[in-house]
Design a protein around this ligand. Sequence first.
Ligand code: NAD
Length: 262
Amino acid sequence: ATYQFAGKTILITGGAGEIGKATARRFAADGAGIFLLDLNEAKMAEAVRELEKYNVPIGIFRCDVTDADNVAKAFAAGVEQFDRIDYVFNNAGYQGVFAKTDEYPEDDFEKVIDINVIGVFHILKAAAQHLRDAGGGAIVNMASHAGVDGPPNMIAYAASKFAVIGITQTAAKDLAPHNIRVNALSPSLIGPGYMWTRQTELQAAVGSQYFDRNPKVVEQQMIDSVPMRRLGSLEEVANGVAFLMSDEASYITGFNLDITGG
Ligand code: NAD
């Protein structure tokens, strides 16, 4: 499906990452202006080059979502460049290390929560203020199927993504009076991309009863656990974002959309 995004603007955090870029391509193809936020400036510059062919307004801002002041500056820069932001894809995230619960490092647990929960809150709050004052809009928070069913060796990530789904339910209630819809997206095995490769390698390295020691075998084990027997594509994730942002989802809020192949 294509949606009426011409003249609209989407702000995407983690906009230099695999899913961020795929979503930017999807919205640019439907005519939206694209405002990317990420820590990684070089990768954002590369993303801009990939998006130029769509002939839509594009902006970037180096932003650390864990820093509330930095997030406020990013929104101000977005308003400066685009006048208004209509859609916010709260997508920046970090998988954490892979370790059993009895061995999981404290500092990494804190880092995961800092980016995936506190960072998501900072963006959500700034988005809520902007969209409230602009008369409405839509927000999609990136959760994960790890926030529905906690996977082994990912205790911090599971905690953070369960939190994102809870945050989404509360924010949807709080922001409904302001004509702002808030939904979550929960993909499971998505590829190709950095997170997919990293999780097969690191799950193999943990040496738990759940996965083989060989990452290639782990890939197959993971795929065999999916009823549709394949990875989801980056485009299939972007399609979910587009639907939830679109007017076709106008009566959907506080919902978590699983994108898992069954
Ligand atoms: P990715 O690593 O390609 O992209 C993540 C991006 O977030 C990177 O560009 C990184 O620089 C950015 N980022 C990290 N910390 C940041 C911070 N503090 N401030 C600003 N930007 C920061 O990974 P991806 O697969 O595109 O993942 C995007 C989102 O999707 C994440 O929230 C992830 O948890 C979620 N997710 C991914 C999968 C998957 O299999 N790929 C599955 C479910 C959920």
